[in-house]
Design a protein around this ligand. Sequence first.
Ligand code: PLP
Length: 375
Amino acid sequence: MAYIVDLRSDTVTKPTKAMKHAMVNSALGDDVYGEDPTVNALESKVAILLGKQAALFVPSGTMANLIAVMVHCNKRGSEAFVGHLSHIYKYEQGGASFLGGVLLSTLENKPDGTFDLAELERRIRGGDLHEPVSCMVAIENTHNVCGGKVLPQEWVDKLGELCAQRGLALHMDGARLLNASTYAGESPARLVKPCDSVSLCFSKGLCAPVGSVLVGSYHFIEQARRVRKALGGGMRQAGVLAAAAAVALDEVAPRLHYDHKRARLLATTIQGLFLKTFSVDVKGQHTNIVLVRLSSSSPLTADAVLQRLAQVCLAETQGDCKTPNDEGVIVKAVCFNPKTIRFTLHHDITDEDLWLAIMKIVYVFKELDAANPLK
Ligand SMILES: Cc1ncc(COP(=O)(O)O)c(C=O)c1O
């Protein structure tokens, strides 16, 4: 038996005791009729937290983003601008096009998660009948593929001004918005001030089992409610889930800084090894996601590294790479591309787990670095 430290994602967390208690004991009603008091309370709480008029509880971050796109782009031939590394573009099955009939146009994401505003301005359509109609822009904060980066607020504010001038809606995929606000030391409301709509997930880093929320104006949420129903996202006694989400905000969100601290420790440890194969951008280490890059001159792939991290060899348990109970250690992570590994810290990783993970990662990285000289 091996001890597993699961750093694949901040979605692998289990609901806390307080969440389970709230799920069993909260008042319920039919939310499609707007009669679930726990859902209504959660929606009000999040609308206030984000400084917007209204909110809508939905099953997932993917659905929250899709609804936002479908409401902002509610005419055929609409165009939404997104970063080429955005979750909406890369990981949501092109739902905006598939289900919403919306053209997703990409802008090249820079390593900090932003894109060039001058390029956006050039590409906004001018009403020529050969072209689609530019309707919205979506940004992501924190930016997952860019390594949990918090968008520079000055840039978000400038983008908001540009969108307002050109009549485009601005949506923020804030699946991890509370990580961003924790890092920035700013209120979530401040971070999303320039945005017309925002999605936020309770099941990423916040330990709730299910659920996201979409916020915006009364008018936007009224339309979003209709689209949610059409997508099959109208849930009945959804207070069972909303109860856990409310606890996530009160109990887990204030602890996100611990995940950031642990992620930083992991990043600095890897950097401190000064290995030729593996590197980490410690300066750009903002929140709970650690990206490890493999040198392009290394014959190793991210996949091969993950496979090795998932194995325990005899030398590990006979030596020092083991738990106090003499178990080997397995570290789970994901690869973003053949040369990038993502480790994600989360609530269910204790200091002991972190130390075991670091021990194993250091062992494996040193071993692979020595066995695979650069080409
Ligand atoms: C930035 C971002 N947005 C949206 C989503 C989609 O959330 P869900 O898995 O709840 O559909 C994710 C999922 O990991 C994400 O990382």
